[in-house]
Ligand binder design. Sequence first.
Ligand code: FE
Length: 198
Amino acid sequence: MTFDLPDLPFAKDALEPHMSPETFDYHHAKHHAAYVGKLNELIAGTDYENLSLEEICIKSELAGDTAIFNNAAQHWNHSFFWTCLSANGGESSIPSNLASKIDADLGGYEKFKAGFINACMTQFGSGWGWLVLDNATRRLEIIKTPNAKTPITKGKTPLMTCDVWEHAYYIDYRNSRPKFVESFLDNLANWENAAALI
Ligand code: FE
């Protein structure tokens, strides 16, 4: 299978002023595109070639095929991240079924917000902050993963993610990861997408 760079699910100027077209020119058209191109190059002619992206992530992580894992997982994580962004995002857009589950499992939105920001801020170096559903317990959890690591290989269903690699925020927020993460939650977090996944 050859993988393709997915189109953004919105116009690249749709999220201004919170995320700029220039950020998408780099983050989507260069960084994400490079992961897809490298993945295709690495799997050509190997046992990975006919697997789904999820299967490649799981198999390559177990096998210690680090380059394949990193590019496959970054393709999955970025493809998912774009769906976590909306021009009409933020707390006021949380559907009631998900709001109730956040209340029950995480103690309410404010506790979720503090926990999610903390996960994003304490991820030293590059990585991701996540709201996931544990497939076994069916409870919501806030987690962080370093570099390309992804919850889909660990029995978790991602509902929301924030990319905290510097390439995600340096153009619009310079060195301020806290401002970026707060802006993501307050303005961009696509809760309709998250609610559809539980
Ligand atoms: Fe990224």
